[in-house]
Design a protein around this ligand. Structure first.
Ligand code: BJ8
Length: 428
C-alpha cells in the first residue's frame, strides 16, 4: 500500500495557507517518506506509531493544536533547544519546533533574505513567507534567540509576518552571563503567562519539569539501546524519532518511545541486528537535521552502514541533561532550568571545550567506528568549530570526516563517493 500524508484542505484553508501548493508538497513528502523509511527491512513494529505521526503531521496533530488554542492554551513556535519548553507546558501551552529542513521552502525565503545564509533559517522563514507550513500558521507567536547572526537578524524580518520575541542567549558562560540568562528565562515565563492568561504555580512547573525529564529519559534510553552492538534499529528511525520529539504531545511521545525501547530490548536479547550484525557503525556530530532532512542518513545507511548516535540538537544535545527535580520554590526551579539549559554545548558559545569532550565521549559510548561531523552551509560557528573537533578526534585516534552541505540534491553524487570511501576506510 502506498504511504500517504493525509490531506486536510479545509483545515489548511482555515489557517490561510496556500493550499494548492502545500498539497503538492504533501505528496512529495509522502513519496520521500515511503522511499526513505518504508523501504527499510526489519523495522521494529513500534515504529508504526511514528509512521502514523508523519501521516498525520499536517492534520491530526494540527487539530490537536487548534483544540488547545480553542481552550485558550497558547501554541508557541521555537527554533532552538535553549527555549525552556517546561515553562510553556507549565502554562498549559504547547511548544512546537519550527526549524526548517526542506529545500522546497528555500526559494520563498530567498525572495527576501540573502542567499548565502544557513538553509535551516531560510527553510523556516520560507515556510512562513510561502504560507506552506500549518505549524507556522497555527502558532500564537514565535520565540527566537540570539544564538547565531543568521537567526537573530532574521527575527526582525519574521516579526512582520508573525509576532516574534527573542531570548538573549549569552555567548559565554561566566557567572554574569548566567545571571543575564536567568533573567531572560524569567522574562520568557512572564510572556508565556501573559499570553496564557494564567500564572504558573510552583506545582505546575514541578509537574512540567518532571514531564520533560521523563521525555528526555525515554530518549536517553533509546539512544543507549542504539549504542548496543549489533544495533537493533536504524539510524534513520532514530533520527525520525528525535525529529518527531519537537512536534508530538510529550506524555504520549514518552510512552511510545518507551514501548519501542521495550521492543528493542527484546531484539537485543535475541541478537537481532539492523541492517546486519557486522554493519559499520557511524556517529554523526554537528548541526541539527530538521525534518525532513534525512540526506546524510540516507547516504550512510544506503551504503550498508548504520548510524548509532547524533551529537546534535536534534539528537543528544536535546536530551542528555536533566533538570534538578529536588528544588521546590519558583526561583530555585527557574535557576535549575537555567542551569540545565546552559549545559547545552552549542558552537555559538566561546569557549566551547565541553563539546570536544562530549563528541569523544559519545563516540566511545556508541561503539562507533568513525565520526562524520556535519555542518550546514554558511553556519560559521559549526564550520569553524570543525577545526577543534577534528583536532580532538585526531588526538584520540578517532576516524573522522567533515561534510558541509545544504538541502539541495546537487552534491549527493559527490557526497556518496566521499562517504563510501570513508566507510571503506573504517570498516572492521
Ligand atoms: S543550540 S545548534 S538549535 S542554535 S545551523 S541556524 S547555528 S547558522 S541551529 Fe542551533 Fe540552538 Fe545551537 Fe542547537 Fe545558525 Fe548554524 Fe544555521 Fe543553527
Amino acid at each position: 500500500m502506498t504511504f500517504e500524508i493525509k490531506p486536510y484542505p479545509e483545515l489548511w484553508q482555515s489557517l490561510d495557507m496556500d493550499v494548492e501548493r502545500f498539497d503538492k508538497a504533501r505528496l512529495m513528502l509522502g513519496e520521500a517518506y515511503e522511499k526513505t523509511y518504508l523501504s527499510q527491512q526489519n523495522r521494529p513494529g513500534a515504529m508504526a506509531y511514528f509512521d502514523n505521526m508523519i501521516a498525520e503531521i499536517h492534520g491530526g496533530r494540527i487539530k490537536e493544536l487548534m483544540a488547545a488554542k480553542a481552550e485558550g492554551r497558547p501554541v508557541i513556535g521555537t527554533f532552538c533547544v535553549y527555549i525552556p519548553e517546561e515553562i510553556v507546558l507549565a502554562a498549559g501551552g504547547i511548544c512546537v519546533g519550527l526549524c526548517g529542513g526542506s529545500q522546497g521552502s528555500v526559494p520563498d525565503a530567498e525572495k527576501t533574505l540573502p542567499r548565502n545564509i544557513c538553509p535551516m533559517v531560510k527553510s523556516a522563514f520560507g515556510f512562513k513567507a510561502g504560507r506552506i507550513c500549518p505549524y507556522f500558521q497555527a502558532v500564537d507567536f514565535v520565540y527566537g534567540e540570539t544564538t547565531c547572526d543568521a537567526k537573530k537578524k532574521t527575527w526582525e524580518i519574521l516579526d512582520k509576518m508573525v509576532p516574534t520575541y527573542v531570548m538573549e542567549i549569552p555567548q559565554c558562560k561566566n557567572p554574569r552571563d548566567i545571571a543575564l540568562w536567568n533573567e531572560e528565562v524569567k522574562a520568557f515565563k512572564a510572556k508565556v503567562e501573559e499570553v496564557a492568561g494564567k500564572t504558573i504555580s510552583e506545582s505546575d512547573l514541578a509537574w512540567a519539569i518532571k514531564t520533560m525529564n521523563n521525555k528526555r529519559r525515554a530518549l536517553q534510553r533509546l539512544n543507549s539501546l542504539r549504542h548496543h552492538k549489533p544495533c537493533p534499529i536504524s539510524g534513520k528511525d532514530g533520527l525520525l524519532i528525535e525529529q518527531i520529539a519537537f512536534y508530538d504531545e510529550p506524555i504520549r511521545f514518552t510512552e511510545k518511545v518507551n514501548e519501542l525501547c521495550d521492543e528493542l530490548e527484546g531484539r537485543i536479547k535475541v541478537g537481532e541486528a539492523v541492517p546486519t550484525k557486522n554493519a559499520t557503525r557511524v556517529m554523526i556530530a554537528g548541526t541539527p537535521m530538521a525534518l525532513p532532512n534525512w540526506k546524510i542518513h540516507n547516504l550512510v545507511e544506503g551504503a550498508g552502514a548504520v548510524i548509532v548516535n547524533e551529537e546534535s540538537c536534534i539528537g543528544t544535545r536535546y536530551f542528555k541533561d536533566l533538570i534538578d527535580e529536588s528544588v521546590s520554590t519558583m526561583n530555585e526551579m527557574l535557576a535549575a532550568l537555567t542551569d540545565r539549559y546552559k549545559e547545552i554545548d552549542c558552537s555559538c558559545f566561546t569557549p566551547n571545550n565541553e563539546r570536544l569532550n562530549q563528541v569523544v565521549k559519545e563516540f566511545r559510548d556508541s561503539q562507533a567506528h568513525g565520526v562524520i561531523n556535519y555542518s550546514l552551509q554558511f553556519c560559521h560557528t559549526y564550520n569553524i568549530e570543525e577545526i577543534r573537533i577534528r583536532e580532538a578526534c585526531e588526538k584520540e585516534g578517532i576516524p573522522y570526516m567533515f561534510i558541509e552541505s545544504d538541502y539541495s540534491p546537487e552534491d549527493i553524487g559527490q557526497l556518496q563517493t566521499r562517504i563510501e570511501a570513508f566507510l571503506e576506510q573504517i570498516r572492521d
